[in-house]
Design a protein around this ligand. Structure first.
Ligand SMILES: [Zn+2]
Length: 92
């Protein structure tokens, strides 16, 4: 098997870090200090603002359908969201 990089990977380390914390952030479970860092990044990164907004809506819908509050995010959700954003031209 040949390893290859994900062509849809975020383009900065800050964006990557945000993605890794996105689930906890949306759940309101992120540490306050990390939350502040993440929000600071959001204020300067339009791509991530779109991503957080889209993800939050997706998660809320997902949970309403399941009527559960403790279902973890599907592991590929952020990958699929990035793909969707790129398809829509929201991410360069
Ligand atoms: Zn970003």
């Amino acid at each position: 098997m040949v390893q290859h990089t994900d062509p849809h990977a975020p383009h900065s380390p800050q964006c990557q870090a945000l993605l890794e914390q996105l689930g906890d952030y949306i759940d309101g479970e992120l540490e306050a200090s990390l939350c502040a860092q993440l929000e600071a990044h959001l204020s300067s990164c339009r791509d991530c603002r779109v991503l957080v907004d889209t993800t939050r809506k997706t998660v809320l819908l997902y949970r309403q359908h399941r009527r559960e509050s403790e279902i973890p995010l599907p592991p590929d959700i952020t990958t699929r969201l990035w793909q969707a954003l790129q398809d829509n031209g929201c991410v360069e």
